[in-house]
Design a protein around this ligand. Sequence first.
Ligand code: ADP
Ligand code: NI
Length: 217
Amino acid sequence: MTREEILSTTVAFVKQQLAETESGHNWFHIERVWRNTKLIAANEPVDLLVAELGALLHDIADSKFHQGDETIGPATAALFLKGLPVDETMATHVVNIVKHISFKGGNEEQVFSSPELAVVQDADRLDAIGAIGIARAFHYGGFKNREIYDPAVLPNLEMTKEEYKNSQAPTINHFYEKLLLLKERMNTATGKKIAEARHRFMEDYLQQFYGEWNGEC
Ligand code: ADP
Ligand code: NI
């Protein structure tokens, strides 16, 4: 199998696995993260195939849609990779990317790191900010039946992961609780640069949003 065949086999598998997923996490999210990965990786000393496979498989089974079970994604990726002619070191590395990509910081210790994980993590975070990030946030909020905004409900930066998941807070709060913080969490120089532009776009968006809300523009 050539490199291209390995990738196209993976694309076909991921498309089929995600066929039923809500649109914040569908194939198009994966495709954007894959593109971002190639863009960032061009400036980083990484094994591009590892990074691309990591990007393609990173949301293969989101724990949000599997009763919080975080082992299904890595296990699904591992099983799939067994059927490909990639050596065990590479397969293990890709599975580690899938396992550790959504590391949220906080008190848990990050047990795995690699330049390839850093690239894919940045690529995934970029898709949560900017114009796409805004669309995904409101889409997710709608999926969860949340208000777009409520001036009486203030952002809460102290929530645990569990509280956050079950919170009915309006979607605007998500900007302060997560999206506007991502710029500072980027791993790579290219990721940071793209994140800064997307961050400014979100700030402008919020200003316009409040202006319209208050009948000022
Ligand atoms: P990713 O797959 O990019 O790692 P998540 O699975 O955490 O991200 O979330 C998927 C999308 O849903 C992201 O765009 C994220 O901003 C959005 N999202 C997650 N939680 C919320 C929330 N509480 N309110 C609004 N949007 C959310
Ligand atoms: Ni993702």
